[in-house]
Design a protein around this ligand. Structure first.
Ligand code: NAP
Length: 246
């Protein structure tokens, strides 16, 4: 049977796999949740929007003759990864993850590890600070209980309904960022605390390096636990896996 891959995307890794696979004989589609305004053009076909849970994804796999699923979603996209795992079990097709290693604390880093977003919000109780909240836009409301702080929010798109912190600045930018730019940004807004997800990868690491150099504390949200699955860290290995499996 011809190999027909579905890539769950929204990351640099997914785009790099899409480029590499377009140079092979395999058919492939990349899927986006549709959360951002500008969705990248890709050299393979795209689909946009949720599938409708595990059942919806399983139906999509069957209806479109998908033979391999690569979960290249962001490490914090835990719901999609769980759905992918269950849908592959249901349809009996092979699954692999394509991801990046998490960031490791360096000696000079001032990290406070917290297990999830709720714990990060709880860690902000206390005296007013100048906080860069670098967690995207989906979970900002969980921080509304701490209105005493100044919040710098860096978002990919301008939100239709602006966040409601009494003292906030919104920077619209999708990166990638450099350490130099992020040092300037942190200095301009006199940031003394950053809340970040341990996303891993290069694109969002600049703020972590900048924080280290400026001796700024980081509340680092640890990755959600994702079910054990075959995992690759580069696109070439994924292509090899598709060639030899299924
Ligand atoms: P999530 O919480 O794990 O997923 C929520 C729902 O969104 C899923 O159940 C699914 O809807 C839909 N969905 C998610 N990813 C999808 C994809 N690639 N294609 C089609 N539907 C998708 O996901 P999330 O954390 O909101 O992330 C959404 C997207 O943004 C992902 O593609 C992810 O790679 C990207 N992203 C996330 C983060 C982050 O910090 N979470 C950062 C950068 C990029 P149905 O159940 O209806 O199928």
């Amino acid at each position: 049977m011809p190999k027909n891959l579905l890539i769950l995307g929204g990351t640099t890794e997914a785009s790099s796999l899409a480029h590499l696979i377009s140079k092979t004989e395999f058919n492939a589609t990349i899927s986006y949740a549709g959360r951002v305004e500008r969705i990248r053009q890709q050299p393979i076909q795209r689909r946009i929007g949720g599938f409708g849970g595990v059942e919806g994804l399983a139906s999509y796999i069957t209806a479109n003759g998908i033979t391999h699923l690569v979960d290249a979603t962001h490490p914090f996209a835990a719901q999609m990864s769980q759905n992918a795992f269950l849908a592959c079990q249901k349809t009996n097709i092979p699954l692999a993850a394509l991801t990046r290693p998490q960031w490791k604390k360096q000696k000079a880093d001032k990290w406070r590890l917290v297990p999830n977003i709720k714990a990060a919000a709880a860690a902000l109780e206390g005296d007013p600070k100048r906080v860069m909240l670098a967690i995207g836009r989906m979970h900002l409301a969980q921080f509304y209980n701490n209105p005493q702080h100044f919040f710098l929010l860096r978002l990919v798109d301008r939100p239709e309904v602006p966040p409601l912190f009494p003292n906030q600045v919104i920077e619209i930018s999708c990166g990638p960022f450099t350490t130099g730019q992020d040092k300037l940004l942190l200095s301009r807004y006199k940031i003394d605390l950053i809340v970040a997800k341990n996303a891993g990868g290069k694109a969002a690491y600049a703020k972590i390096e900048a924080a280290r150099q400026l001796e700024i504390e980081v509340i680092m949200i640890e990755r959600p636990v994702i079910v054990d699955r075959l995992t690759f860290y580069n696109s070439e290995e994924v292509i090899h896996w598709i060639s030899v499996s299924g």
